[in-house]
Ligand binder design. Structure first.
Ligand code: PRX
Length: 656
């Protein structure tokens, strides 16, 4: 892994502190620093006691005989326990007053509302589980889900969990090629999809993309299609023998077949979620049942301070891990009411989120810095038009939040009243690792906070030794935690190399961080070859392999450059094969090619043609230099191994 540690030194220093109000703390699940510290110590020193108490609200059919086993790099948690995740998210609530409370309040892009109580959500899940079982789906089968933000996607995930079939949700913005690779990598037998999804007033033809992907997916047997839009808006062709109508199939299935949840071992795979890494091939991050559920449950409960009267709105897409942990498993296992919004934040205008908050009296909002920065651009008049007084807590996730965005969020959305939790975590960690607790800690714009229960982070140098306060270094996690990934699907070697070889024995996050004098963690961002573009995680190697698959491209290197709106923007340096003309037409063609190969969100923001790329004498592309060129900086550091200094001069010349 090539690590650029220079980035870690650039961190925000903001000395403003905002304490939770005494009223907030008094009502919070954890309201004092003493209690937090006590629980944190307990989670590390007596984890058995801690997790026994903290998992008491989850349904275990059989208790565990040992809390964990750590044979680096492989961890197991809750050994011997048996459960089904859907019971903790659904059945458990049927015996309480939550039964008739809304589990999902769905707002469609055009503005309709549909509410599913816990009893109704349970019924839908049981129906779908029955249908899947009738089709022959069984424990261990992988099921791919390629859908938009409709209640059925949650039903789909929980139905998979109910029958013990790990789901792999593929974000609806991915192109056919990416969907196909993911389906093939995990050898899915079934696909759940919908005809089309609304996005910014237009229609995203999801089923048509599935058809394209399925041209070369030998393992897929059946496709269940939820007709969200209907034939007039989203025309589809159903392939006889393969494609089935979701509603018809579930109606015809014998519901009793879906009643009994498949009781699985604690370590049974719950889902695989593909994410970008430092090679061209996305990794299937594997999460297992009991540990993941525990992490999602406990963090939701304490970080979002969830209570029965909350209306909780997480704006992430279920195609990303935030949607898995903080729309589905975490909030539902806590019996929360989740607002699910189908469409774009700026449809029909930039007031949409604020309108939703006013209309549904949302109390907790969890969103991403890139969204906040987009709102800032549109001006404070948008949120100012709406009554946001129902809000009591705000959250941020996905990338570092710059102090300016933090303050804007605090003042214009939180109206100075609401604590902001800046939550750091990853697809791999499964649940929030670093944060403040809203009733406990003073917040600091731009600082994430402290380790959550059971988490033991450290900031170290390349030698694995802790660096001093205020100094930048690599963020690692010293000990395993329940919701950690268990492996990369089908590739234990990659799992070990990626996460446990940099600092042997510890989990390497790929992020740079520093800890300030008061112990607050500041996570600066990726220091490996992974970019975070508008909250989307993209591996530079994936972009490069998409580019070189174009017939005109000889070589490509993709790097990030700081971007005010997106956090990072994607810049691609390309050398063309002889006989191809660089120019705007080629740029357009290459950008379109990347959109076709990966998805529109991965289109480079800037493509630059070069006669050669800067390389070391051994032929390695020097990305460090390209990053400097992309950012318009003078090249820093050692360039003595550069093969041809001329190349660099020429690349820079393009800036002028
Ligand atoms: O670089 C960190 C950044 O997002 C990466 C994880 O991306 P992904 O797996 O897609 O998950 C995103 C949602 C959890 C991290 O390695 N990141 C996430 N949250 C923060 C963050 N960086 C700084 N502050 C955060 N709060």
């Amino acid at each position: 892994m090539s690590i650029d540690t220079r980035a870690i030194e650039t961190h925000s220093t903001d000395n403003r502190r905002f304490k939770p109000s005494p009223e907030f703390s008094a009502r919070a699940r954890i309201g004092t620093l003493e209690r937090f510290n006590e629980m944190y110590r307990e989670s590390l020193d007596s984890p058995e006691t801690f997790y026994k108490r903290e998992t008491a609200e989850l349904v275990f059919r059989k208790p565990w005989s040992a809390l964990s086993e750590w044979k680096p790099p492989f961890a197991k948690w809750f050994l011997g326990a048996e459960l089904n995740a859907s019971e903790s998210c659904l059945d458990k609530h049927l015996k309480t007053a939550r039964r008739d409370a809304p589990a999902i309040v769905w707002e469609s892009e055009p503005g309709e509302t549909r509410t599913l109580t816990y009893a109704e959500l349970h019924a839908r899940v049981v129906e779908l589980a029955a249908a899947l079982r009738e089709l022959g789906a069984k424990k261990g089968d992988r099921i791919a889900i390629y859908m938009g933000m409709v209640p059925e996607v949650v039903v789909g995930m929980l139905a998979c969990a109910r029958i013990g079939a790990p789901h792999t949700v593929v974000f609806g913005g991915f192109a056919a090629e990416s969907l196909r690779d993911r389906i093939n990598d995990c050898q899915a037998r079934f696909v759940l999809t919908q005809d089309g999804a609304y996005r910014r007033g237009g229609v995203v033809p999801l089923k048509a993309t599935v058809d394209q992907a399925l041209e070369a997916t030998p393992t897929v047997e059946k496709v269940l299609v939820y007709r969200r839009l209907g034939q007039a808006l989203a025309p589809i062709t159903m392939k006889p023998g393969r494609d089935l109508d979701w509603v018809e199939t579930t109606k015809n299935a014998k519901a009793s077949l879906g009643e009994a949840p498949e009781i699985v071992d604690a370590e049974h795979p719950l889902f695989i979620l593909y994410t970008s890494g430092s090679t061209g091939k996305p990794k299937g991050v594997l999460h297992t049942t009991a540990g993941y559920l525990t992490g999602a449950h406990i963090t939701s409960k304490y970080v979002f301070d969830l209570r029965d009267d909350d209306v909780y709105f997480c704006t992430a897409d279920v195609g990303w891990v935030t949607g898995h942990s903080y729309i589905v498993y975490g909030p539902l296992s806590n019996g929360a009411t989740c607002l699910l919004y189908e469409g774009a934040p700026n449809f029909p205008d930039w007031g949409r989120f604020w309108n939703i908050i006013q209309k549904h009296k949302v109390t907790i909002l969890y969103t991403a810095p890139t969204a906040i920065r987009a709102f800032i651009r549109q001006g404070t008049e948008w949120p100012a038009k709406y009554d946001l007084s129902s809000l009591r807590l705000l959250g941020s996730v996905g990338e570092p939040i710059n102090p300016e965005a933090w303050m804007w969020y605090h003042e214009n959305i939180g109206r100075g009243r609401c604590p902001i939790v800046d939550t750091w975590w990853q697809t791999e960690t499964g649940s929030i690792m670093l944060t403040t607790l809203p009733g406990v800690h003073a917040t600091q714009p731009g600082a994430t906070g402290f380790p959550f229960f059971g988490v033991e982070p450290e900031v170290v140098g390349a030698d694995g030794k802790a660096v001093g306060k205020g100094q930048g270094g690599l963020l690692i996690l010293r000990r395993p935690w329940p919701s950690m990934l268990r492996t990369v699907w089908g590739d234990d070697a990659r799992y070990e190399k990626q996460y446990f070889s940099e600092i042997p024995g510890s989990y390497f996050t790929g992020d740079g961080a520093n800890v300030d004098a008061d112990g607050y963690y500041h996570v600066v961002g990726r220091i490996d070859d992974v970019l975070n573009v508008a909250g989307h995680r993209i591996g530079t190697a994936e972009i490069e392999s998409a580019l070189v698959s174009h017939r005109a491209v000889a070589e490509a290197a993709a790097v990030g450059r700081p971007d005010e709106l997106k956090g990072q923007a994607l810049v691609a340096f390309v050398t063309l094969k002889p006989g191809n003309e660089p120019g705007d037409a080629m740029k357009k063609a290459l950008a379109e090619h990347v959109a076709q190969e990966i998805g529109k969100f991965a289109r480079p923001d800037d493509i630059r043609f070069a006669e050669g790329l800067p390389k070391t004498r051994s032929g390695k592309i020097m990305r460090r230099l390209l990053k400097d060129v992309a950012a318009g900086r003078e090249a820093q550091g050692d360039i003595s191994t550069l093969e041809d200094l001329n190349v660099l001069a020429k690349l820079r010349g393009q800036d002028e």
